[in-house]
Design a protein around this ligand. Structure first.
Ligand SMILES: Cc1cc2nc3c(=O)[nH]c(=O)nc-3n(C[C@H](O)[C@H](O)[C@H](O)COP(=O)(O)O)c2cc1C
Ligand code: SF4
Length: 427
């Protein structure tokens, strides 16, 4: 199947990161067009396009923009979330490296639509090269008068700042990001109030993912209906998937939403490596449930189809596992990440993550008691829905789904003599 190239159209040009090259390929036309339109019309256009946030939750972008109060008397901020720290997800990184001006142009369009005169791109701490690329692009744009006062002679002022985080996954959660930008510990806030109403420095703030914003120039250039015509009715457009794991061609691929998951593995990913059998797939980054191969037939890469199958599109971090994978080992690996990244603010997450990890490790070592499986289930149920931010739900997705689909592998590692010693009824 031939897919549309909205975000990756110019990835193959080695000079695309330079402003002159970007402009020679129609770059910065969309912002010129946008600046001639009323901001409210732009928001309507984005709503009509059906664009949904690519940071994980899939919330409609234009609808989110509509929550920003225009009469608060406070400045409005746009934050581009390039924290991208979810295991398996590396698509924003490539966008910033290959087409930084596309990322900037998307931010300019959103800033104009929202009435934001200050915007920031918050980049994952470990991403030194993308930070350099984005900073060079920002510097070039300032030098050309595309940023700063009166951009493109429109009367609109816009400053953009490149900010590099310090390497904490939780700073990708939008309120953790805001806290971090304010110079505080990156610990998420209780919502409501939502950032659109009370965000950075207590002012209305929109946080959008890098990929979400990078889709805007195409939508403004081609119109909402052209975007809607791609993908499915409820999941329009294209999506970047960062494919990794046991496949022949790991990489970032742009596909029309609604594309068959198994065809994606065969065609884009080049099939399972070494001619082995597909065992499982985590289609949306480590925070979404794992899916066994036999449940993937007929599943498509869009929000609805993946949800119906029992998982999520998430951020498009597509992890493939072959039939040699030890699922207890894979689960232990993911749980270690979550324990390390809990911000420590709420007890169920801070303590629960640690307990889940140590129990999975114990099972992995063959030292788990049969009752551990019950305890694990119980502990995860106490975490889910009982925390300040969705990290708590994210950390239980691996263990709950691995246990649901691969319970036999966990049971094989049990030491059945142990319950007698510790008292199975005490759980
Ligand atoms: C633990 C955690 C980490 C997150 N990390 C990211 C991230 O790295 N990038 C991102 O865009 N969104 C991330 N999100 C989602 C953001 O909170 C927010 O929903 C998103 O940036 C909104 O942008 P969108 O509407 O364009 O998707 C994360 C959420 C959680 C709970
Ligand atoms: S759920 Fe975890 S990461 Fe989120 S605020 Fe609570 S302790 Fe921090």
């Amino acid at each position: 199947m031939k897919h549309h190239r909205i975000l990756t159209a110019n990835f193959h040009h080695d000079d695309q990161h330079k402003l002159s090259a970007y402009e020679s390929r129609s770059g910065y036309q969309a912002i010129r067009k946008a600046l001639k339109q009323e901001p409210a019309n732009l928001t309507t256009e984005v709503k009509d396009s059906g664009l949904r946030g690519r940071g994980g939750a899939g919330f409609p972008t234009g609808v989110k923009w509509g929550f920003v109060p225009k009469d608060s008397g406070k400045p409005i901020y746009l934050l581009n979330n390039a924290d991208e720290s979810e295991p398996g997800t590396f698509k924003d990184r490539i966008l910033m490296e290959r087409d930084p001006h596309l990322c900037l142009e998307g931010m300019m369009i959103a800033s104009w639509a929202l009435g934001a005169n200050w915007s920031c791109i918050y980049i994952r701490g470990e991403f030194s090269y993308p930070t350099v690329r984005m900073q060079e692009a920002v510097d070039e744009a300032y030098a050309k008068g595309y940023l700063g006062k009166n951009i493109f002679d429109s009367g609109f002022d816009l400053d953009i700042v490149v900010h590099r985080g310090a390497g904490a996954y939780i700073c990708g959660e939008e309120t953790g990001l805001i806290e971090s930008l304010e110079g505080n510990k990156g610990q998420p806030r209780i919502k409501p109030p939502f950032p659109a109403v009370m965000g950075l420095y207590g002012c209305p703030t929109v946080v959008n993912n890098t990929e979400t914003l990078a889709a805007l120039p195409w939508i403004i250039d081609n119109g909402a209906s052209a975007y809607r015509a791609i993908g499915t009715e409820k999941s329009p457009g294209t999506k970047l998937f960062s494919a990794s794991g046991h496949i022949n061609k790991p990489g970032v691929y742009e596909v029309d939403l609604g594309y068959s998951l198994l065809e994606f593995i065969e065609n884009e990913c080049g099939g399972v490596w070494k001619g082995r059998e597909l065992k499982a797939c985590i289609p949306g980054g480590s925070s979404v449930p794992v899916m066994p191969a036999d449940k993937l037939k007929g599943v498509n890469l869009d929000y609805e189809s993946l949800a119906e199958a029992g998982t999520m599109l998430g951020s498009g971090g597509f992890i493939v596992m072959d039939d040699t994978t030890d699922m207890v080992d894979a689960c232990a690996n993911l749980q270690h990440f979550y324990t390390h990244e809990s911000c420590g603010q709420c007890t169920p997450c801070r303590e629960g993550a640690r307990w889940v990890e140590s129990m999975v490790n114990r099972l992995h070592r063959g030292q788990g008691a049969p009752s551990d499986l019950l305890v694990l289930q119980n502990v995860t149920e106490q975490i889910g829905g009982h925390t300040i931010c969705p990290f708590g739900d994210a950390l239980i997705a691996p263990i709950q789904s691995f246990l649901m689909h691969y319970r036999g592998e966990f049971e094989e590692k049990l030491d059945i003599s142990l319950d007698a010693q510790i008292g199975a009824n005490n759980v």
